[in-house]
Design a protein around this ligand. Structure first.
Ligand code: 5GP
Ligand code: ZN
Length: 146
């Protein structure tokens, strides 16, 4: 993807403050951090959204997020962190190369929990929640990550 800014970072064509790299994954500081240590974790190959990421690079990306989160927190002496994906334009994704955000958080930093990202909460009856849970469970099956 020649015009993808994150592919250009992977290729070394534009600079980034890289904090971690392996065969499948690159992590670097966000250029416009919303907290000190705000880090982006991407698969090196170009996929736009999570549903496009094949299992293996997906597992490597989530493993890197799991590995890096406490390291990033320690580096900035954070009290916690939010981990999130803006997955798709409707969810606020601006760079169309899938990326996880590690956002360190601090006591009294004035921020919000992840519950603040969506619009008005839906008013769902118990029966609707039961149906929804059954639908998702049916679709999910008994998949176990390799
Ligand atoms: P999104 O809304 O797509 O989840 O977030 C994209 C993130 O990428 C933003 O937080 C933005 O600051 C960051 N970003 C955009 N362009 C660059 C860049 O060229 N370098 C780096 N390091 N971060 C970028
Ligand atoms: Zn890309």
């Amino acid at each position: 993807m020649d015009d993808c800014i994150f592919c250009q970072i992977v290729d070394g064509d534009i600079p980034a403050r890289v904090v971690y790299e392996d065969e499948d994954v690159l992590a670097f500081l966000d250029a416009n951090p919303i907290a000190p240590g705000h880090t982006l974790v991407i698969p090196k190959d170009h996929y736009e959204t999570l549903d496009e990421v094949p299992p293996e690079p997906g597992e490597m990306m989530f493993a890197a997020i799991h590995y890096l989160t406490p390291i990033v927190e320690d580096a900035v002496d954070a009290d916690g962190s939010n981990i999130g994906f803006n997955n798709g334009a409707a969810a606020g994704q601006e760079v169309p190369h899938v990326h996880g955000h590690i956002v360190p958080r601090f006591e009294d930093d004035g921020g919000s929990p992840i519950h603040a990202v969506a619009g008005s909460p839906p008013d769902l009856a118990d029966a609707e929640l039961d149906d929804l849970a059954a639908d998702i469970a049916d679709a999910a099956g008994d998949h176990t990550p390799s």
